[in-house]
Write a protein that binds this ligand. Structure first.
Ligand SMILES: Nc1ncnc2c1ncn2[C@@H]1O[C@H](COP(=O)(O)OP(=O)(O)O)[C@@H](O)[C@H]1O
Ligand SMILES: [Mg+2]
Length: 607
Protein backbone atom coordinates (compact mmCIF):
# COMPACT_ATOMS: atom_id res chain seq x y z
CA UNK A 1 0.00 0.00 0.00
CA UNK A 2 1.74 3.15 -1.19
CA UNK A 3 0.50 6.13 0.81
CA UNK A 4 1.54 8.72 -1.75
CA UNK A 5 -0.79 7.32 -4.39
CA UNK A 6 -3.98 8.21 -2.54
CA UNK A 7 -6.77 9.47 -4.77
CA UNK A 8 -8.69 11.39 -2.11
CA UNK A 9 -11.79 9.56 -3.32
CA UNK A 10 -12.97 9.27 0.27
CA UNK A 11 -13.07 13.01 0.75
CA UNK A 12 -16.30 13.24 -1.24
CA UNK A 13 -18.15 10.75 0.95
CA UNK A 14 -19.23 13.31 3.51
CA UNK A 15 -21.67 11.24 5.52
CA UNK A 16 -19.28 8.30 5.61
CA UNK A 17 -16.49 10.55 6.88
CA UNK A 18 -18.70 12.12 9.50
CA UNK A 19 -19.83 8.71 10.69
CA UNK A 20 -16.17 7.71 10.98
CA UNK A 21 -15.11 10.79 12.94
CA UNK A 22 -18.19 10.68 15.15
CA UNK A 23 -16.83 8.15 17.69
CA UNK A 24 -13.91 10.53 18.31
CA UNK A 25 -16.19 13.50 18.78
CA UNK A 26 -18.75 11.65 20.90
CA UNK A 27 -16.95 11.80 24.27
CA UNK A 28 -16.66 15.57 23.93
CA UNK A 29 -20.21 16.32 22.83
CA UNK A 30 -21.23 18.01 26.13
CA UNK A 31 -18.34 20.44 25.81
CA UNK A 32 -18.97 20.99 22.14
CA UNK A 33 -22.60 21.78 22.97
CA UNK A 34 -21.51 24.29 25.62
CA UNK A 35 -19.15 25.88 23.08
CA UNK A 36 -22.03 25.92 20.62
CA UNK A 37 -24.37 27.56 23.13
CA UNK A 38 -21.77 30.21 23.87
CA UNK A 39 -21.24 30.81 20.17
CA UNK A 40 -24.90 31.65 19.52
CA UNK A 41 -25.14 34.82 21.69
CA UNK A 42 -21.56 35.63 20.71
CA UNK A 43 -22.64 35.85 17.09
CA UNK A 44 -26.02 37.46 17.72
CA UNK A 45 -24.46 40.30 19.70
CA UNK A 46 -22.84 41.55 16.48
CA UNK A 47 -26.18 43.05 15.55
CA UNK A 48 -26.55 45.05 18.76
CA UNK A 49 -24.18 47.86 17.82
CA UNK A 50 -25.88 48.31 14.47
CA UNK A 51 -29.26 48.20 16.15
CA UNK A 52 -28.22 50.88 18.66
CA UNK A 53 -27.65 53.32 15.83
CA UNK A 54 -31.37 53.62 15.11
CA UNK A 55 -32.43 55.11 18.48
CA UNK A 56 -29.22 57.13 18.50
CA UNK A 57 -29.98 58.73 15.13
CA UNK A 58 -33.73 59.05 15.59
CA UNK A 59 -33.85 60.24 19.22
CA UNK A 60 -30.47 61.69 20.19
CA UNK A 61 -29.64 63.36 16.87
CA UNK A 62 -33.28 63.90 16.01
CA UNK A 63 -33.78 65.54 19.48
CA UNK A 64 -36.86 63.48 20.47
CA UNK A 65 -37.61 61.88 23.83
CA UNK A 66 -38.47 58.17 23.79
CA UNK A 67 -41.85 57.43 25.28
CA UNK A 68 -43.25 53.97 25.82
CA UNK A 69 -45.26 52.08 28.40
CA UNK A 70 -44.04 49.08 30.34
CA UNK A 71 -46.38 47.09 32.65
CA UNK A 72 -48.97 49.85 32.44
CA UNK A 73 -46.54 52.59 33.44
CA UNK A 74 -45.54 55.37 31.09
CA UNK A 75 -41.82 55.73 30.77
CA UNK A 76 -40.01 58.68 29.24
CA UNK A 77 -36.35 58.60 28.37
CA UNK A 78 -34.98 62.04 27.70
CA UNK A 79 -32.45 62.88 24.97
CA UNK A 80 -29.75 63.45 27.58
CA UNK A 81 -30.42 60.09 29.25
CA UNK A 82 -30.42 58.36 25.87
CA UNK A 83 -27.14 59.95 24.87
CA UNK A 84 -25.55 58.26 27.92
CA UNK A 85 -27.37 54.96 27.92
CA UNK A 86 -26.49 54.05 24.36
CA UNK A 87 -22.67 54.48 24.48
CA UNK A 88 -22.47 52.77 27.88
CA UNK A 89 -24.66 49.96 26.54
CA UNK A 90 -22.37 49.46 23.56
CA UNK A 91 -19.32 49.13 25.82
CA UNK A 92 -21.12 46.72 28.16
CA UNK A 93 -22.11 44.59 25.20
CA UNK A 94 -18.53 44.56 23.96
CA UNK A 95 -17.40 43.39 27.41
CA UNK A 96 -20.00 40.60 27.39
CA UNK A 97 -19.04 39.60 23.89
CA UNK A 98 -15.35 39.53 24.84
CA UNK A 99 -16.01 37.22 27.77
CA UNK A 100 -18.09 34.89 25.63
CA UNK A 101 -15.40 34.89 22.95
CA UNK A 102 -12.73 33.88 25.46
CA UNK A 103 -14.90 31.04 26.78
CA UNK A 104 -15.70 29.91 23.29
CA UNK A 105 -12.07 29.95 22.12
CA UNK A 106 -10.95 28.08 25.21
CA UNK A 107 -13.58 25.37 24.92
CA UNK A 108 -13.07 24.79 21.23
CA UNK A 109 -9.25 24.73 21.49
CA UNK A 110 -9.48 22.23 24.32
CA UNK A 111 -11.92 19.89 22.58
CA UNK A 112 -10.19 20.04 19.23
CA UNK A 113 -6.78 19.23 20.71
CA UNK A 114 -8.24 16.38 22.69
CA UNK A 115 -9.90 14.88 19.63
CA UNK A 116 -6.63 15.27 17.72
CA UNK A 117 -4.81 13.47 20.51
CA UNK A 118 -7.25 10.56 20.43
CA UNK A 119 -6.99 10.22 16.66
CA UNK A 120 -3.18 10.38 16.82
CA UNK A 121 -3.04 7.77 19.58
CA UNK A 122 -5.13 5.37 17.52
CA UNK A 123 -3.21 6.01 14.32
CA UNK A 124 0.18 5.59 15.95
CA UNK A 125 -1.00 2.37 17.53
CA UNK A 126 -1.82 1.10 14.05
CA UNK A 127 1.43 2.40 12.61
CA UNK A 128 3.64 0.53 15.05
CA UNK A 129 1.87 -2.72 14.24
CA UNK A 130 2.18 -2.38 10.48
CA UNK A 131 4.14 -5.07 8.66
CA UNK A 132 7.73 -4.33 7.54
CA UNK A 133 6.78 -4.22 3.87
CA UNK A 134 4.64 -1.17 4.62
CA UNK A 135 7.74 0.61 5.88
CA UNK A 136 9.77 -0.68 2.90
CA UNK A 137 7.27 0.94 0.56
CA UNK A 138 6.60 4.28 2.22
CA UNK A 139 9.21 7.00 2.70
CA UNK A 140 9.46 8.59 6.13
CA UNK A 141 8.27 12.02 4.96
CA UNK A 142 4.98 10.65 3.71
CA UNK A 143 4.50 8.71 6.95
CA UNK A 144 5.12 11.84 9.04
CA UNK A 145 2.76 13.93 6.97
CA UNK A 146 0.01 11.34 6.96
CA UNK A 147 0.25 10.19 10.56
CA UNK A 148 0.92 13.52 12.25
CA UNK A 149 -0.25 16.46 10.12
CA UNK A 150 -3.48 15.09 8.67
CA UNK A 151 -5.06 14.10 12.01
CA UNK A 152 -4.40 17.60 13.34
CA UNK A 153 -5.94 19.21 10.26
CA UNK A 154 -8.90 16.87 10.37
CA UNK A 155 -9.88 17.03 14.02
CA UNK A 156 -8.78 20.53 14.97
CA UNK A 157 -10.47 21.71 11.81
CA UNK A 158 -13.79 20.14 12.47
CA UNK A 159 -14.24 21.70 15.94
CA UNK A 160 -12.85 25.06 14.84
CA UNK A 161 -15.27 25.07 11.95
CA UNK A 162 -18.26 24.23 14.14
CA UNK A 163 -17.29 27.25 16.22
CA UNK A 164 -16.67 29.55 13.27
CA UNK A 165 -19.81 28.50 11.44
CA UNK A 166 -22.00 28.97 14.51
CA UNK A 167 -20.64 32.39 15.43
CA UNK A 168 -20.63 33.63 11.84
CA UNK A 169 -24.04 32.22 11.07
CA UNK A 170 -25.57 33.69 14.24
CA UNK A 171 -23.74 36.94 13.55
CA UNK A 172 -25.19 37.03 10.06
CA UNK A 173 -28.67 36.11 11.33
CA UNK A 174 -28.55 38.84 13.99
CA UNK A 175 -27.51 41.41 11.45
CA UNK A 176 -30.11 40.24 8.95
CA UNK A 177 -32.74 40.54 11.69
CA UNK A 178 -31.68 44.14 12.27
CA UNK A 179 -31.82 44.73 8.52
CA UNK A 180 -35.33 43.23 8.29
CA UNK A 181 -36.45 45.32 11.22
CA UNK A 182 -35.04 48.46 9.56
CA UNK A 183 -36.52 47.81 6.15
CA UNK A 184 -37.69 44.49 4.76
CA UNK A 185 -37.45 45.69 1.15
CA UNK A 186 -33.80 46.66 1.47
CA UNK A 187 -33.08 43.49 3.44
CA UNK A 188 -34.34 41.30 0.59
CA UNK A 189 -32.05 43.07 -1.86
CA UNK A 190 -29.08 42.74 0.50
CA UNK A 191 -29.55 39.03 1.18
CA UNK A 192 -30.17 38.25 -2.50
CA UNK A 193 -26.93 39.92 -3.50
CA UNK A 194 -25.05 37.97 -0.84
CA UNK A 195 -26.39 34.67 -2.14
CA UNK A 196 -25.24 35.52 -5.65
CA UNK A 197 -21.81 36.47 -4.32
CA UNK A 198 -21.39 32.87 -3.08
CA UNK A 199 -21.84 31.12 -6.39
CA UNK A 200 -18.13 31.26 -7.32
CA UNK A 201 -17.10 29.49 -4.09
CA UNK A 202 -19.11 26.43 -4.98
CA UNK A 203 -17.45 26.25 -8.38
CA UNK A 204 -13.87 25.72 -7.23
CA UNK A 205 -14.40 23.09 -4.55
CA UNK A 206 -12.99 20.18 -6.51
CA UNK A 207 -9.87 22.03 -7.46
CA UNK A 208 -9.14 22.80 -3.83
CA UNK A 209 -9.34 19.10 -3.00
CA UNK A 210 -6.91 17.97 -5.65
CA UNK A 211 -4.49 20.75 -4.71
CA UNK A 212 -4.58 19.80 -1.08
CA UNK A 213 -3.71 16.23 -2.02
CA UNK A 214 -0.83 17.28 -4.23
CA UNK A 215 0.48 19.47 -1.45
CA UNK A 216 0.46 16.51 0.93
CA UNK A 217 2.60 14.43 -1.45
CA UNK A 218 5.02 17.29 -2.08
CA UNK A 219 5.27 18.09 1.63
CA UNK A 220 6.04 14.42 2.29
CA UNK A 221 8.74 14.38 -0.38
CA UNK A 222 10.39 17.44 1.12
CA UNK A 223 10.42 15.84 4.58
CA UNK A 224 11.91 12.65 3.13
CA UNK A 225 14.58 14.70 1.41
CA UNK A 226 15.49 16.43 4.68
CA UNK A 227 15.52 13.09 6.53
CA UNK A 228 17.83 11.61 3.91
CA UNK A 229 20.09 14.64 3.97
CA UNK A 230 20.33 14.19 7.72
CA UNK A 231 20.67 10.39 7.84
CA UNK A 232 22.94 10.23 4.82
CA UNK A 233 25.06 13.26 5.62
CA UNK A 234 28.35 11.33 5.52
CA UNK A 235 27.56 9.67 2.21
CA UNK A 236 26.50 13.05 0.90
CA UNK A 237 29.79 14.59 1.96
CA UNK A 238 31.87 11.68 0.67
CA UNK A 239 30.23 11.53 -2.75
CA UNK A 240 29.52 15.25 -3.01
CA UNK A 241 25.82 14.70 -3.33
CA UNK A 242 25.02 18.21 -2.12
CA UNK A 243 24.13 19.30 -5.63
CA UNK A 244 21.85 16.31 -6.07
CA UNK A 245 20.03 16.92 -2.81
CA UNK A 246 19.80 20.60 -3.56
CA UNK A 247 18.43 19.93 -7.02
CA UNK A 248 15.72 17.65 -5.59
CA UNK A 249 14.90 20.14 -2.90
CA UNK A 250 14.61 22.99 -5.37
CA UNK A 251 12.41 20.88 -7.63
CA UNK A 252 10.14 19.97 -4.74
CA UNK A 253 9.83 23.53 -3.50
CA UNK A 254 9.09 24.70 -7.05
CA UNK A 255 6.49 21.94 -7.39
CA UNK A 256 4.81 23.26 -4.30
CA UNK A 257 5.01 26.81 -5.66
CA UNK A 258 3.45 25.77 -8.95
CA UNK A 259 0.63 23.80 -7.37
CA UNK A 260 -0.24 26.71 -5.11
CA UNK A 261 0.03 29.27 -7.88
CA UNK A 262 -2.17 27.26 -10.19
CA UNK A 263 -4.80 27.21 -7.46
CA UNK A 264 -4.36 30.93 -6.83
CA UNK A 265 -4.69 31.63 -10.54
CA UNK A 266 -8.00 29.79 -10.61
CA UNK A 267 -9.32 30.80 -7.21
CA UNK A 268 -8.03 34.28 -6.45
CA UNK A 269 -10.62 36.00 -8.66
CA UNK A 270 -13.24 34.73 -6.25
CA UNK A 271 -12.72 37.31 -3.54
CA UNK A 272 -12.63 40.39 -5.87
CA UNK A 273 -15.67 39.00 -7.62
CA UNK A 274 -17.49 38.78 -4.31
CA UNK A 275 -16.48 42.37 -3.56
CA UNK A 276 -17.78 43.52 -6.93
CA UNK A 277 -21.13 41.81 -6.47
CA UNK A 278 -21.33 43.20 -2.94
CA UNK A 279 -20.59 46.72 -4.12
CA UNK A 280 -23.39 46.40 -6.68
CA UNK A 281 -25.64 45.43 -3.80
CA UNK A 282 -24.56 48.40 -1.71
CA UNK A 283 -25.07 50.76 -4.66
CA UNK A 284 -28.60 49.45 -5.13
CA UNK A 285 -29.33 49.76 -1.42
CA UNK A 286 -28.04 53.35 -1.28
CA UNK A 287 -30.15 54.39 -4.25
CA UNK A 288 -33.32 52.63 -3.14
CA UNK A 289 -32.79 53.65 0.51
CA UNK A 290 -32.62 57.33 -0.41
CA UNK A 291 -35.88 56.86 -2.26
CA UNK A 292 -37.50 55.19 0.80
CA UNK A 293 -36.39 58.01 3.13
CA UNK A 294 -37.51 60.71 0.73
CA UNK A 295 -40.94 59.13 0.37
CA UNK A 296 -41.24 58.83 4.18
CA UNK A 297 -41.16 54.98 4.25
CA UNK A 298 -38.07 54.87 6.42
CA UNK A 299 -36.38 57.02 9.08
CA UNK A 300 -32.76 58.14 8.78
CA UNK A 301 -32.01 56.10 11.92
CA UNK A 302 -33.34 52.92 10.38
CA UNK A 303 -31.29 53.55 7.29
CA UNK A 304 -28.14 54.09 9.36
CA UNK A 305 -28.84 50.83 11.22
CA UNK A 306 -29.43 49.06 7.97
CA UNK A 307 -26.29 50.23 6.22
CA UNK A 308 -24.18 49.48 9.28
CA UNK A 309 -25.64 45.97 9.47
CA UNK A 310 -25.00 45.42 5.81
CA UNK A 311 -21.38 46.51 6.17
CA UNK A 312 -20.93 44.43 9.31
CA UNK A 313 -22.48 41.48 7.51
CA UNK A 314 -19.50 41.36 5.20
CA UNK A 315 -17.22 39.88 7.86
CA UNK A 316 -19.31 36.85 8.96
CA UNK A 317 -20.23 36.17 5.36
CA UNK A 318 -16.63 36.30 4.22
CA UNK A 319 -15.71 34.01 7.11
CA UNK A 320 -18.42 31.58 6.05
CA UNK A 321 -17.04 31.71 2.51
CA UNK A 322 -13.56 30.92 3.82
CA UNK A 323 -15.08 28.14 5.89
CA UNK A 324 -16.30 26.41 2.76
CA UNK A 325 -12.70 26.27 1.52
CA UNK A 326 -11.37 25.07 4.89
CA UNK A 327 -14.05 22.43 5.08
CA UNK A 328 -12.86 21.02 1.76
CA UNK A 329 -9.36 20.73 3.20
CA UNK A 330 -10.71 19.14 6.35
CA UNK A 331 -12.63 16.54 4.40
CA UNK A 332 -9.55 15.74 2.34
CA UNK A 333 -7.52 15.33 5.52
CA UNK A 334 -10.26 13.22 7.07
CA UNK A 335 -10.43 11.08 3.96
CA UNK A 336 -6.71 10.46 4.22
CA UNK A 337 -6.86 9.75 7.96
CA UNK A 338 -9.58 7.15 7.63
CA UNK A 339 -7.80 5.57 4.72
CA UNK A 340 -4.99 4.88 7.22
CA UNK A 341 -7.46 3.49 9.72
CA UNK A 342 -8.54 0.96 7.14
CA UNK A 343 -5.03 -0.27 6.44
CA UNK A 344 -4.60 -3.68 7.96
CA UNK A 345 -1.27 -5.12 8.88
CA UNK A 346 -0.77 -8.02 6.52
CA UNK A 347 1.03 -9.90 9.26
CA UNK A 348 -1.38 -10.68 12.06
CA UNK A 349 -2.57 -13.39 14.40
CA UNK A 350 -4.84 -16.10 13.08
CA UNK A 351 -8.08 -16.84 14.90
CA UNK A 352 -7.42 -18.63 18.19
CA UNK A 353 -3.63 -18.47 18.01
CA UNK A 354 -1.53 -20.93 20.01
CA UNK A 355 1.09 -19.64 22.43
CA UNK A 356 4.58 -20.78 21.54
CA UNK A 357 6.37 -21.75 24.73
CA UNK A 358 9.96 -22.59 23.94
CA UNK A 359 11.30 -24.96 21.32
CA UNK A 360 11.07 -28.73 21.72
CA UNK A 361 11.89 -30.39 18.41
CA UNK A 362 13.04 -28.02 15.72
CA UNK A 363 12.24 -25.72 12.82
CA UNK A 364 11.24 -26.96 9.39
CA UNK A 365 10.95 -25.17 6.05
CA UNK A 366 8.63 -27.19 3.78
CA UNK A 367 8.47 -26.26 0.09
CA UNK A 368 8.73 -22.61 1.00
CA UNK A 369 8.32 -20.09 -1.81
CA UNK A 370 8.45 -16.37 -1.24
CA UNK A 371 8.47 -13.17 -3.29
CA UNK A 372 8.52 -9.50 -2.26
CA UNK A 373 7.30 -8.35 -5.64
CA UNK A 374 4.83 -10.38 -7.65
CA UNK A 375 6.48 -12.79 -10.10
CA UNK A 376 9.98 -12.13 -8.77
CA UNK A 377 10.52 -15.17 -6.56
CA UNK A 378 13.26 -14.79 -3.98
CA UNK A 379 12.99 -18.24 -2.38
CA UNK A 380 11.96 -21.19 -4.51
CA UNK A 381 10.63 -24.42 -3.10
CA UNK A 382 12.97 -24.26 -0.14
CA UNK A 383 13.30 -27.25 2.22
CA UNK A 384 15.34 -27.41 5.40
CA UNK A 385 14.97 -29.14 8.75
CA UNK A 386 16.84 -27.68 11.71
CA UNK A 387 17.06 -29.66 14.95
CA UNK A 388 16.74 -28.17 18.39
CA UNK A 389 20.07 -26.68 19.57
CA UNK A 390 21.62 -27.11 16.14
CA UNK A 391 23.69 -24.29 14.68
CA UNK A 392 23.12 -23.81 11.01
CA UNK A 393 25.36 -21.49 8.99
CA UNK A 394 23.86 -19.96 5.89
CA UNK A 395 26.24 -18.99 3.13
CA UNK A 396 25.84 -17.99 -0.48
CA UNK A 397 26.11 -15.20 -2.99
CA UNK A 398 24.95 -11.74 -2.07
CA UNK A 399 21.30 -11.18 -2.91
CA UNK A 400 20.71 -14.94 -2.88
CA UNK A 401 18.02 -14.73 -0.21
CA UNK A 402 19.86 -15.46 3.06
CA UNK A 403 18.47 -12.48 5.00
CA UNK A 404 15.06 -13.08 3.50
CA UNK A 405 15.11 -16.67 4.74
CA UNK A 406 15.81 -15.73 8.36
CA UNK A 407 13.35 -12.80 8.29
CA UNK A 408 10.60 -15.29 7.51
CA UNK A 409 11.02 -17.04 10.87
CA UNK A 410 9.75 -14.10 13.01
CA UNK A 411 7.16 -13.47 10.27
CA UNK A 412 8.46 -10.10 9.13
CA UNK A 413 7.03 -11.32 5.85
CA UNK A 414 4.58 -14.15 5.20
CA UNK A 415 5.37 -16.79 2.63
CA UNK A 416 3.19 -17.37 -0.41
CA UNK A 417 3.59 -21.13 -0.61
CA UNK A 418 4.62 -23.97 1.64
CA UNK A 419 5.00 -23.90 5.38
CA UNK A 420 7.48 -22.94 8.06
CA UNK A 421 6.93 -25.05 11.15
CA UNK A 422 8.16 -24.81 14.69
CA UNK A 423 7.61 -28.07 16.57
CA UNK A 424 5.45 -29.32 13.68
CA UNK A 425 3.02 -26.38 13.85
CA UNK A 426 2.91 -23.71 11.18
CA UNK A 427 4.30 -20.46 12.59
CA UNK A 428 1.16 -18.67 11.39
CA UNK A 429 -0.80 -20.61 14.01
CA UNK A 430 1.21 -19.16 16.87
CA UNK A 431 0.48 -15.74 18.28
CA UNK A 432 2.84 -13.23 16.73
CA UNK A 433 3.86 -12.03 20.15
CA UNK A 434 4.83 -15.44 21.50
CA UNK A 435 6.58 -16.35 18.26
CA UNK A 436 8.78 -13.27 18.37
CA UNK A 437 9.28 -13.65 22.11
CA UNK A 438 11.09 -16.90 21.33
CA UNK A 439 13.55 -15.36 18.90
CA UNK A 440 16.63 -13.20 19.55
CA UNK A 441 18.00 -11.32 16.58
CA UNK A 442 21.23 -9.49 15.92
CA UNK A 443 21.67 -7.78 12.58
CA UNK A 444 24.57 -6.18 10.78
CA UNK A 445 23.35 -2.75 11.75
CA UNK A 446 21.44 -2.69 15.00
CA UNK A 447 19.22 0.16 15.86
CA UNK A 448 19.83 1.62 19.29
CA UNK A 449 17.10 3.93 20.50
CA UNK A 450 17.81 7.30 22.05
CA UNK A 451 17.91 6.71 25.79
CA UNK A 452 20.44 5.09 28.09
CA UNK A 453 22.48 1.99 27.30
CA UNK A 454 20.65 0.27 30.14
CA UNK A 455 17.28 1.01 28.58
CA UNK A 456 18.49 -0.35 25.27
CA UNK A 457 19.70 -3.60 26.83
CA UNK A 458 16.56 -4.03 28.93
CA UNK A 459 14.49 -3.96 25.74
CA UNK A 460 15.49 -7.61 25.48
CA UNK A 461 13.59 -8.32 28.70
CA UNK A 462 12.17 -5.42 30.69
CA UNK A 463 11.63 -7.68 33.71
CA UNK A 464 15.22 -8.84 33.97
CA UNK A 465 16.81 -8.85 37.42
CA UNK A 466 20.05 -6.97 38.09
CA UNK A 467 21.86 -10.29 38.16
CA UNK A 468 20.53 -11.26 34.73
CA UNK A 469 21.47 -7.82 33.44
CA UNK A 470 25.02 -8.14 34.78
CA UNK A 471 25.40 -11.61 33.30
CA UNK A 472 24.24 -10.38 29.92
CA UNK A 473 26.74 -7.51 30.08
CA UNK A 474 29.53 -9.89 31.01
CA UNK A 475 28.67 -12.41 28.30
CA UNK A 476 28.47 -9.61 25.74
CA UNK A 477 31.95 -8.38 26.80
CA UNK A 478 30.52 -4.96 27.54
CA UNK A 479 32.08 -4.25 30.96
CA UNK A 480 35.21 -2.66 29.51
CA UNK A 481 33.14 -0.35 27.37
CA UNK A 482 30.86 0.64 30.24
CA UNK A 483 33.76 1.24 32.63
CA UNK A 484 35.21 3.88 30.36
CA UNK A 485 31.97 5.81 29.99
CA UNK A 486 31.38 8.74 32.38
CA UNK A 487 27.93 7.51 33.39
CA UNK A 488 28.55 3.83 32.74
CA UNK A 489 25.41 1.93 31.83
CA UNK A 490 23.33 5.07 32.35
CA UNK A 491 25.10 6.93 29.55
CA UNK A 492 22.60 8.47 27.17
CA UNK A 493 22.81 7.43 23.53
CA UNK A 494 21.24 8.87 20.45
CA UNK A 495 20.47 12.22 18.92
CA UNK A 496 22.14 14.38 21.54
CA UNK A 497 24.03 11.67 23.36
CA UNK A 498 27.06 9.57 22.80
CA UNK A 499 27.73 7.57 19.67
CA UNK A 500 29.24 4.13 20.14
CA UNK A 501 31.67 2.50 17.73
CA UNK A 502 30.39 -0.27 15.49
CA UNK A 503 31.83 -3.04 17.68
CA UNK A 504 30.43 -1.46 20.83
CA UNK A 505 27.00 -1.12 19.30
CA UNK A 506 27.06 -4.79 18.29
CA UNK A 507 27.90 -5.78 21.85
CA UNK A 508 25.01 -3.73 23.23
CA UNK A 509 22.78 -5.48 20.69
CA UNK A 510 24.15 -8.85 21.75
CA UNK A 511 23.53 -8.04 25.42
CA UNK A 512 19.96 -7.14 24.47
CA UNK A 513 19.55 -10.44 22.63
CA UNK A 514 21.22 -12.30 25.50
CA UNK A 515 18.80 -10.87 28.03
CA UNK A 516 15.89 -12.08 25.96
CA UNK A 517 17.26 -15.62 26.43
CA UNK A 518 15.16 -16.92 23.55
CA UNK A 519 15.62 -20.51 22.33
CA UNK A 520 16.00 -19.41 18.71
CA UNK A 521 18.86 -17.10 17.78
CA UNK A 522 19.23 -15.38 14.42
CA UNK A 523 22.49 -13.65 13.55
CA UNK A 524 22.54 -11.85 10.22
CA UNK A 525 26.08 -10.70 9.34
CA UNK A 526 26.50 -9.43 12.87
CA UNK A 527 30.26 -9.02 12.49
CA UNK A 528 30.46 -8.08 8.81
CA UNK A 529 30.83 -4.35 9.34
CA UNK A 530 33.58 -4.67 11.92
CA UNK A 531 37.37 -4.49 11.82
CA UNK A 532 39.34 -7.58 12.84
CA UNK A 533 39.89 -6.53 16.41
CA UNK A 534 36.26 -5.68 17.22
CA UNK A 535 35.18 -8.69 15.24
CA UNK A 536 37.16 -10.99 17.50
CA UNK A 537 35.56 -9.67 20.66
CA UNK A 538 32.07 -9.51 19.16
CA UNK A 539 32.59 -13.10 18.01
CA UNK A 540 33.31 -14.15 21.59
CA UNK A 541 30.13 -12.38 22.72
CA UNK A 542 28.21 -14.13 19.96
CA UNK A 543 29.59 -17.53 20.97
CA UNK A 544 28.10 -16.96 24.43
CA UNK A 545 24.78 -15.99 22.92
CA UNK A 546 24.74 -19.15 20.80
CA UNK A 547 25.36 -21.70 23.57
CA UNK A 548 22.50 -24.17 23.92
CA UNK A 549 20.38 -22.35 21.37
CA UNK A 550 19.00 -23.17 17.95
CA UNK A 551 20.98 -20.81 15.78
CA UNK A 552 20.73 -19.49 12.25
CA UNK A 553 23.91 -17.65 11.48
CA UNK A 554 24.74 -15.76 8.33
CA UNK A 555 28.47 -15.05 8.47
CA UNK A 556 31.51 -14.58 6.30
CA UNK A 557 34.06 -15.77 8.81
CA UNK A 558 35.37 -19.21 8.09
CA UNK A 559 35.90 -20.20 11.73
CA UNK A 560 32.28 -19.39 12.54
CA UNK A 561 31.04 -21.32 9.56
CA UNK A 562 33.28 -24.29 10.29
CA UNK A 563 32.00 -24.45 13.86
CA UNK A 564 28.40 -24.73 12.73
CA UNK A 565 26.79 -28.16 12.85
CA UNK A 566 25.71 -27.84 9.26
CA UNK A 567 26.14 -25.37 6.46
CA UNK A 568 23.34 -24.45 4.06
CA UNK A 569 24.45 -23.00 0.73
CA UNK A 570 21.83 -20.80 -0.90
CA UNK A 571 22.11 -19.66 -4.49
CA UNK A 572 19.40 -17.60 -6.17
CA UNK A 573 16.84 -18.58 -3.55
CA UNK A 574 17.52 -22.33 -3.73
CA UNK A 575 19.18 -24.63 -1.26
CA UNK A 576 21.99 -26.08 -3.33
CA UNK A 577 24.12 -27.83 -0.71
CA UNK A 578 23.69 -28.89 2.89
CA UNK A 579 26.19 -30.57 5.22
CA UNK A 580 29.18 -30.09 7.50
CA UNK A 581 32.30 -28.30 6.34
CA UNK A 582 34.15 -31.56 5.77
CA UNK A 583 31.27 -33.14 3.88
CA UNK A 584 30.83 -30.14 1.62
CA UNK A 585 34.57 -29.89 0.94
CA UNK A 586 34.37 -33.41 -0.46
CA UNK A 587 31.96 -32.35 -3.22
CA UNK A 588 34.15 -31.91 -6.25
CA UNK A 589 32.90 -28.86 -8.21
CA UNK A 590 30.60 -28.09 -5.28
CA UNK A 591 29.46 -24.54 -4.65
CA UNK A 592 30.75 -24.49 -1.08
CA UNK A 593 34.15 -25.67 -2.22
CA UNK A 594 34.24 -22.94 -4.84
CA UNK A 595 33.18 -20.35 -2.24
CA UNK A 596 35.87 -21.68 0.06
CA UNK A 597 38.56 -21.40 -2.59
CA UNK A 598 37.42 -17.89 -3.42
CA UNK A 599 36.85 -16.35 0.02
CA UNK A 600 37.68 -18.47 3.02
CA UNK A 601 41.05 -19.89 2.06
CA UNK A 602 42.63 -16.45 2.28
CA UNK A 603 41.30 -16.06 5.82
CA UNK A 604 42.68 -19.45 6.80
CA UNK A 605 46.08 -18.61 5.39
CA UNK A 606 46.10 -15.27 7.18
CA UNK A 607 45.63 -16.98 10.55
N1 LIG B 1 12.33 -5.48 1.50
C1 LIG B 1 12.53 -5.94 0.26
N2 LIG B 1 11.67 -5.60 -0.73
C2 LIG B 1 11.86 -6.06 -1.98
N3 LIG B 1 12.88 -6.84 -2.35
C3 LIG B 1 13.78 -7.19 -1.42
C4 LIG B 1 13.65 -6.75 -0.06
N4 LIG B 1 14.69 -7.25 0.64
C5 LIG B 1 15.43 -7.97 -0.23
N5 LIG B 1 14.90 -7.94 -1.46
C6 LIG B 1 15.42 -8.67 -2.66
O1 LIG B 1 15.41 -10.04 -2.38
C7 LIG B 1 16.57 -10.66 -2.84
C8 LIG B 1 17.28 -11.38 -1.71
O2 LIG B 1 17.77 -10.43 -0.79
P1 LIG B 1 18.44 -10.84 0.58
O3 LIG B 1 17.60 -11.84 1.24
O4 LIG B 1 18.71 -9.59 1.32
O5 LIG B 1 19.81 -11.50 0.10
P2 LIG B 1 21.14 -11.84 0.93
O6 LIG B 1 20.87 -11.62 2.37
O7 LIG B 1 21.42 -13.26 0.59
O8 LIG B 1 22.20 -10.94 0.40
C9 LIG B 1 17.40 -9.58 -3.49
O9 LIG B 1 17.16 -9.64 -4.86
C10 LIG B 1 16.84 -8.31 -2.92
O10 LIG B 1 16.94 -7.28 -3.87
MG1 LIG C 1 21.67 -10.22 3.72
Amino acid sequence: MKLSTTTAQNSFKYSWLLSRIFPYIKPYIPRIVIGFLVAIPLGLLDGVTAFALKPYMDYVIGGKALEFSLFGRDITITVLQMSFILPVGVVLFAGLQGTLRYLNDYISAWTSQRITNDVKFDLFHRLIHMHPQFFDENPSGIIISRYMNDPATASTGIVEQIKTITTSLCGALGLIAVMLYSSWQLAIIGVLVLCIAFVPVALIRKRIKSTSNKNMVIGGNITTNINETYGGNKVMAAYQLQDRQEKYFREQVWDSFNVNMSLTKRAAWMSPMMYLIASLGIATVLGYGTHLINTGHMTAGSFASFVTSLLLLYKPVKTLGGTLTSIQNIFVAMGRVFELFDLKSEIKDCENPIELEGLNNGITFENVSFEYVKDHPVLKNFNLNVQKNETIAIVGNSGGGKSTLVNLIPRFYDIQQGSIKIDNTDIRNYSLKSLRQNISMVFQDNFLYSGTIKENILMGNPNATDEELNNAIKSAHLQDVLQELPNGIDTVLGERGLTLSGGQRQRVAIARAMLRNAPIVILDEATSALDNESEAIVQKAMDNLMTNKTVFIIAHRLSTIKNADRIAVITEGELVELGSHDELMNHENGQYKALYEMQFKKQEMAV
